[in-house]
Write a protein that binds this ligand. Structure first.
Ligand code: S3P
Length: 690
């Protein structure tokens, strides 16, 4: 395995794939397992809509961890009781229009001011021709719109724009109604829906590139459940690719989706002269797979180029950041055939032109694009996000380049698609928190090949070894999600001891040994099994006999047994060495019950998380994806109180606050506030030399 050089960044999961994974696993017959879903606001809108339609989607984990979705079957969704709020998300709105219409479910869809100004008739027109019934609540072609029940017949559509949202909406409608669908688009738009549907057993045919045809036969299909790890979003990676191409040091973007319908920006950046390499390319061999790889970008000089024609759909979301690259290139860049930009989250042509003009970049606004004069003088001033996440991030990158000082007005908007954007950017711009790649973490599984982010670069050498951070606390205090996010923000490894205890439980459950013999003979079973810790692309991965098992660790059987297994003395002993080994070089955030006391007593930063019983109960229920939380709080709180008592009183590894730990009561604290409080502590201690 190649060791990744230079600064390493992991971007959140692909937004388009995440929406589709949620929607299609809700329609599956059986339990899907999904990891790496984008926990951004757009995907939360999709998840919330599906919950309102009767599918219990769990909360989307902030650390991209696994969730399980119990599908309700192709026609099992029900009409929501109230309006579905799609927030800022065009994909949510358009795909749901297709799905609701196909299932003949009545519902009203609405969204925020930006979404309410975007065209919807591109989806409702072809559906209406096939018998779908829609009513505009305020003005034609705009949300809010009500879908009325109506039986669909065959859907045939020649789309004027290459739009994956239109294509996917029609496929979902046909799938729900069991009718055939044929769509022609001028050029192939992103094909994630087709790939995923194939993977779930639905026979989708496609042919041609320009024009591109997609066909689904009518039929009462059953969708097989999905097992999917969503790769990083190339549209989010693009911001850091441009930072790497124009900045002062090389960057590696880890595990980025490289679906050929999405990689136009890579081609353009290369045409501009950027050095972009793909490492560790992963071609998926099943028909529904999504290719992915690591992207390495090195600083260099960029030249102006022409961007237009058939390549536009493959880079449509990256135009704001490509325009920023153009503003720092030598010569003129012309962007044409991109009129679709006028109906994105903002009118992006106008937003780019206005912002460039206000900071002194000479720009001409055209109906279908922009002409941008590149330059190298310092740029200064205030720009607007225009309520658009990608405009905000594009100008943030421009502002982070050496010599520039640019303020973006609305920083919060990035949560739509890239939670953690500002932290990653400041980590790179500010040497004090910046991270670099390091060696392998883990207990030495043969053939180990993961990369851990250990903060072992030059800057870190000035500051001493990156610390070991421990996070202990009672059940339901949010240790694991918090530790995951703290680790991600620091570029450290998340050492999740719970996952190891779960892995031992899984080994025991899979063995022949009866449960009553686990205490006495379990150690002999484990002796014969190799248990490994790998720092993989999604953080720590537990392997049994070299096989990644992370997704099996949350099964109900494991959950039911893990507390008693973790209380067995031989289990604690057996796991002590691998846990200590993984933390040996520092740069680790470890969470558990006795991390700061028994496992890593020398940790430089120790935090003990608490929260009121009621708050912990609420979090636990939300984590389980319950919709009606309040009625169950009291009983769950009582159960947690019993569990606390047992944890404190048990003989092996009783729950105790480490004497030198900071106690953080997280009752009433938002998740990010809690994470920030811990980060602050880490930085204080770390700057102080540990
Ligand atoms: C998307 C398709 C594209 C893209 C959007 C996401 C999708 O929109 O711009 O960000 O997930 O299908 P169009 O389908 O309108 O081109």
């Amino acid at each position: 395995m190649t060791r990744l050089p230079e600064d390493m960044i992991r971007v959140p999961g692909d937004k388009s794939i995440s929406h589709r994974a949620l929607l299609l696993s809700a329609l599956a017959s059986g339990r899907s397992r999904l990891a790496g879903l984008l926990p951004g606001e757009d995907c939360r809108s999709t998840a919330a809509a599906l919950r309102a339609m009767g599918c219990a989607i769990p909360a989307l984990p902030d650390d991209g961890g696994w969730i399980q979705v119990d599908g309700v079957g192709r026609t099992g969704l029900v009409a929501p009781r109230g309006p579905l709020d799609c927030g800022n998300s065009g994909t949510t709105a358009r795909l749901l229009l297709g799905l609701l219409s196909g299932l003949s479910l009545p519902a009203t869809l609405t969204g925020d001011a930006s979404l309410r100004s975007r065209p919807m008739a591109r989806v409702t027109d072809p559906l209406s021709r096939a018998g779908g019934r829609f009513e505009w609540e305020e003005e034609p072609d705009r949300l809010p719109v009500t879908v009325h029940p109506g039986a669909l017949t065959e859907i045939e559509h020649r789309s004027k724009v290459a739009s994956a949202q239109v294509k996917s909406a029609l496929l979902l409608a046909g799938l729900g109604a069991g009718v055939p669908v044929s769509v022609e688009e001028p050029v192939s738009s992103r094909d994630h829906s087709e790939r995923m549907l194939r993977r779930m057993g639905i026979p989708i045919q496609s042919r041609g590139v320009a024009p591109h045809h997609v066909h689904l036969d009518g039929g009462e299909f059953q969708l097989h459940p999905l097992e999917l790890r969503v790769p990083g979003d190339i549209s989010s990676a693009a911001f850091f690719l441009v930072l790497g191409a124009l900045g002062q040091r090389a960057l590696t973007l880890e595990n980025v989706g490289l679906n050929p319908t999405r990689t136009g920006a890579l081609a353009v950046l290369r045409r501009m002269g950027a050095q972009v390499e793909i490492h560790n390319a992963r071609e998926m061999d099943d028909p529904g797979g999504e290719p992915a790889g690591d992207l390495l970008v090195a600083p260099g000089r960029l030249e102006g180029v022409e961007i237009g024609g058939d390549e536009i759909p493959s880079l449509i979301d990256e135009i704001p950041i490509l325009a920023v690259a153009a503003s720092r290139a030598r010569g003129t860049t012309v962007i044409r055939d991109a009129q679709e930009l006028r109906v994105k989250e903002s009118d992006r042509i106008h937003a780019l032109a206005r912002n460039f003009q206000s900071i002194g970049v000479s720009t001409e606004e055209r109906p279908d694009g922009l002409v941008i004069q590149g330059g190298s003088g310092p740029l200064e001033g205030q720009v607007s996000s225009f309520g658009d996440h990608r405009i905000a991030m594009a100008f943030a990158i421009l502002g982070a380049l050496p010599g520039n000082r640019i303020q973006v007005d609305d920083r919060r908007i990035v949560e739509v698609s890239f939670p953690g954007f500002w932290e990653r950017l400041s980590a790179l711009s500010d040497a004090g928190t910046h991270f670099s790649s390091g060696g392998l973490a883990g207990s030495g599984t043969p053939g180990g090949n993961g990369e851990a982010r250990r903060g072992t670069g030059e800057e870190d050498a000035d500051r001493g070894r990156p610390p070991v951070v421990t996070l202990d606390g009672p059940a339901g205090s949010g240790k694991s999600t918090t530790a995951g996010e703290v680790a991600r923000r620091l570029g450290f490894l998340h050492l999740d001891s719970g996952a190891l205890y779960r892995a031992v439980t899984l080994v025991l459950l899979d063995s022949e040994l009866p449960r009553q013999d686990w205490a006495e003979h379990g150690a002999e079973v484990l002796e014969k099994v190799s248990l490994g810790l790998e720092a993989g692309s999604q953080g720590l991965e537990v392997q049994i006999e070299g096989r990644p098992v992370s997704h099996e660790l949350r099964s109900p059987d494991v959950t039911a047994q893990v507390a008693s297994v973790a209380a067995l003395p031989w289990v604690r002993e057996r796991l002590l060495a691998p846990l200590r080994e993984a933390a040996r070089d520092g740069g680790v955030v470890a969470d558990g019950r006795d991390m700061g006391t028994v496992v890593l007593p020398d940790a430089e930063v120790k935090v003990y998380l608490t929260a009121s019983l009621e708050e912990r109960a609420r979090r636990r229920l939300l984590q389980e994806g319950r919709e009606e939380v309040e009625p169950e709080i009291e009983s769950t709180a009582q159960e947690l109180a019993r569990r606390d008592r047992a944890d404190r009183e048990r003989e092996v590894a009783p729950l105790r606050k480490p004497a030198d730990a900071l106690v953080l009561d997280t009752t009433g604290l938002g998740f990010q506030e809690q994470v920030n409080a811990i980060l602050k502590l880490v930085h204080q201690r770390w700057k102080g030399g540990g």
